[in-house]
Write a protein that binds this ligand. Structure first.
Ligand SMILES: Cc1ncc(COP(=O)(O)O)c(C=O)c1O
Length: 372
């Protein structure tokens, strides 16, 4: 099974540890263990003391009952029987595609998007068609174009809502329309929802509105806990049952401590979202102000999610530019080419405020070399 290199992950693996100022990441500033536990007054000592005799066996294979119950409560129409724990949303996407897509199937994906959502189907031997998001249309998905690409043998439509890297959102009305189109040919709709928005916006999970809808998600982005590697897949009980077979081959469990930390996070969801809404709103304003003052950059503003995609007006290839920028200033971005969209760069603006301000200042200083 051959597969293309994963542009964004390859770039980050290579360069993130070299960055002095990292404004490339798409998570909202990660919690320390202490910050996470302190959300409800629990101390690190208390947490581990209470778990001192916890057996480090495999624990709950599909995720604990409490984990599943808390995750199910994030949806309008789901219960524990609709949830399986996975190793992050990457594990959830892999599971859903591996279980449902076969060689020769027709799959449709948006572009740009998280590469996993179209490279894994391709690697399985599916025929993948793309619907391109157009910057001049605010990176929106053209529903008529999508409709035109659906075939009688379309097996799956893979979406990323909100979208990485652009940060734009498919609203409830769009998803209802997509579900209706998919229903006509019995296609699955897989939506990677790790960037559920933290502001206004009529967001709905596909698993709540479509019987063949599969929502994948995790605690990595909106919940600021990429390091605990806990995600999930949410879908109908029938599709969940189908997934179990494939899941047994691809993972056993998420790990007992990670499950416990995930429960702690989900119980403290309100406090986490309060913290993160503030970070997103304040940092987005900083980013927008900077774009207004920076003549070589334009931006379709993200919809209160932690990834943004700037357009660079420079006479240099984006990848070379990002590498020079890193070497000369220590500032890390992700080049648009990693998302198959050259002349752009991803700015992960939900890092620490001081880091964002410094990173944007250095980026502007660096861009001045093209004015001479
Ligand atoms: C759309 C999307 N899905 C999944 C992931 C990875 O998520 P996780 O850390 O939960 O595996 C990323 C990370 O950048 C992402 O952008």
């Amino acid at each position: 099974m051959k597969i293309a290199n994963f542009g964004v992950e390859e770039w980050l693996n290579k360069y993130e540890k070299r960055a002095k100022i990292d404004i490339s990441q798409s998570s909202i500033s990660a919690f320390t263990l202490e910050e996470l536990l302190n959300l409800d007054g629990t101390s690190v000592e208390e947490f581990f003391k209470e778990r001192a005799t916890l057996s480090l066996d495999y624990g709950w294979i599909e995720g604990s009952e409490e984990f599943k119950r808390l995750v199910a409560s994030l949806y309008q129409n789901l219960t524990e029987e609709n949830i399986l724990q996975t190793n992050g949303a990457t594990g959830a996407n892999l599971l859903a595609i591996y279980a449902l897509v076969n060689s020769g199937d027709h799959v449709i994906s948006m572009l740009p998007s998280y590469q996993q959502l179209y490279e894994i189907p391709k690697s399985i031997g599916a025929n993948v068609d793309f619907v391109e998001l157009k910057e001049e249309k605010n990176w929106s998905l053209d529903l008529e174009e999508l409709r035109a690409k659906i075939q009688s043998n379309t097996k799956m439509i893979c979406l990323n809502n909100a979208n990485n890297p652009t940060g734009t959102l498919l609203e409830r009305s769009d998803l209802l329309a997509i579900a209706e189109m998919a229903r006509e040919v019995d296609a699955y709709v897989l939506v990677d929802e790790v960037y559920a928005p933290l502001g206004e916006g009529d967001f709905v999970s596909i698993a709540d509105i479509y019987e063949r809808g599969i929502s994948t998600n995790s605690l990595s982005k909106t919940y600021s806990l990429p390091g605990i590697r806990i995600g999930w897949v949410a879908t109908s009980a029938e599709i969940t049952e189908e997934f179990r077979k494939y899941r047994d081959y691809t993972m056993i469990c998420g790990g007992v401590l990670s499950d416990e930390l995930a429960i702690h996070a989900l119980k403290n969801k309100a406090a986490i979202l309060r913290r993160n809404k503030k970070i997103v709103a304040e940092n987005l304003q900083i980013l927008k102000n900077w774009v207004e003052s920076e003549p070589r950059v334009t931006l379709v503003a993200p919809n209160f999610v932690s990834t943004s995609f700037i357009k660079l007006d420079i006479p240099q290839k984006d990848e070379e530019f990002c590498l020079d920028l890193l070497n000369e200033t220590g500032v890390l971005l992700v080049p648009g080419s990693a998302f198959d969209r050259p002349n752009h760069a991803r700015v992960g603006y939900c890092c620490k405020k001081e880091e964002l301000l410094k990173g944007l200042e250095l980026l502007s200083d660096y861009l001045r070399k093209f004015d001479k």
